[in-house]
Design a protein around this ligand. Structure first.
Ligand code: NAP
Length: 376
């Protein structure tokens, strides 16, 4: 059996960071050997620094780790990184967006593969915005990345391992795009209207005050609608030339709402498809769609990437968000829309498929494609 790759988690004390730690506890390829967070947490044992939200105890091997700062180890700066073995092989980032841009760029400049959940680098033309089942070919963009010490690409003069950044989409984008992908392939998407009902865990911890959300709906999530309207076009875009992605040519109009649900973003979607297929043809296209072979064998890949329900009252967050260990995206209530032609609901787990689980699947694909390997 091959030795596991050693993993550092940036933002390890946050909601997404904790999900990483849960999902990696028994992972066959990765083990968490370093955790980092803000100055507030640095220097403390992880068990003392974190407000653990998991349903199981903190994995013992992680509980005793000392939380570090989010700075690349001194022996891995570009100038001398060939001379030393490296303390870890791969970096997962669950950092707050206020710091993720510069911190992730610094780790990439120091030669580390960085798999990020943050928004900062998602729309950079050389950074893959990856859903392994949807656009694995976009990983070719990594070749073009050259990271300097700031959060913009610079000249990477180091001769050691090449660092890079791969991002996963916004937690509400993932479910939408996984449902649109089979329809775009089978018919062509022409326009999309989406209204989201997003869980409170999507706001991190402590997130939304209880008095604001209990018995209430907040019809605004800062920046979310813009992400829902732009990210799908990049993900479903064509890598016609290895130099760039041509975005998909359809418009998305999004309305984002925060609802009193713990986990799981439910979205109502209306879509205009080329050729105006029937609801039955749409359901068949969704049911027949399977992930590419390279993805289906990965450890975190669910048996079914998409679950399609006939019962119009399904999917529901409380009942279906855990399907496929939180990695299955569920679709239901497929029917005719008098405005755009077709409408349906889609549900995805925001901190698993929409964050840590999606990032782990991204990393597994990178290992499978031999873009990431152990560096000692
Ligand atoms: P969170 O619970 O607020 O956690 C934020 C993490 O960032 C904590 O570990 C925190 O460390 C660290 N941090 C904050 N300021 C820092 C600083 N100045 N220097 C270093 N570390 C700092 O947020 P979250 O929900 O886990 O989200 C993390 C990232 O994932 C965000 O970019 C978010 O947009 C994205 N995301 C979240 C979800 C979701 O469903 N929650 C889904 C997709 C993507 P301390 O504990 O030490 O403060």
């Amino acid at each position: 059996m091959k030795p596991k790759l050693r993993v550092c988690i940036l933002g390890a004390t946050g909601a997404v960071g904790q999900r990483f730690i849960e999902l990696l506890e028994h992972h066959p390829w990765f083990e968490v050997t370093a955790v980092a967070a803000s100055e507030r947490s640095a220097g403390r044992a992880y068990r003392d620094a974190v407000n653990w939200l998991g349903h199981h105890p903190i994995p013992p091997a992680v509980a005793d780790l000392t939380v570090g700062t989010c700075v690349p180890p001194a022996d891995s700066v570009p100038s001398d990184r060939t001379a030393h073995s490296r303390p870890f092989d791969l970096v997962f980032s669950g950092l707050d967006a206020s710091v993720a841009g510069e911190v992730e760029a610094a780790f990439a400049a120091a030669g580390y593969p960085v798999i990020s959940n943050a928004k900062n680098h998602r729309m950079h033309p050389d950074v893959p915005l990856l859903i392994p089942e949807v656009n694995p070919e976009h990983l070719a963009l990594i070749e073009q990345q050259r990271w300097g010490p700031t959060d913009t690409p610079g000249s990477d003069s180091g001769s050691g391992p090449k660092g890079f950044i791969v991002t996963n989409p916004n937690c509400a984008t993932v479910g939408l795009v996984m449902a649109l992908k089979p329809l775009h392939d089978a018919f062509g998407v022409e326009s999309v209207l989406v209204t989201t009902m997003q869980a409170i865990s999507g706001a991190g911890y402590p997130g939304v005050p209880a008095l604001d959300i209990l018995g209430n709906i907040i019809p605004h999530i800062g920046g979310e609608e813009d992400k829902l309207e732009t990210e799908p076009l990049k993900i479903l875009g064509d890598l016609s030339d290895p130099q760039s992605i041509t975005p998909a040519k359809f418009a998305v109009s999004a309305s984002a709402n925060r609802v009193p649900v713990v986990d799981g973003h439910l979205e109502s979607v209306s879509v205009r498809l080329t050729g105006s297929p029937s609801p039955g043809a749409v359901a068949e296209a969704l049911r027949n769609w399977t992930a590419p072979d390279v993805v289906r064998g990965l450890p975190s890949s669910p048996e079914k990437a998409l679950e399609v329900f006939d019962d119009p009252s399904f999917p529901q967050p409380a009942r279906h968000v855990g399907l496929g260990n939180g990695m299955t995206v569920s679709v239901g209530k497929i029917r005719a829309c008098p405005v755009l032609g077709i409408k349906f609901n889609v549900l995805s787990h925001n901190t698993i498929r929409g964050a840590a689980g999606g990032a782990v699947l991204n990393a597994e694909l990178l290992v499978e494609e031999k873009t990431v390997s152990a560096t000692v």
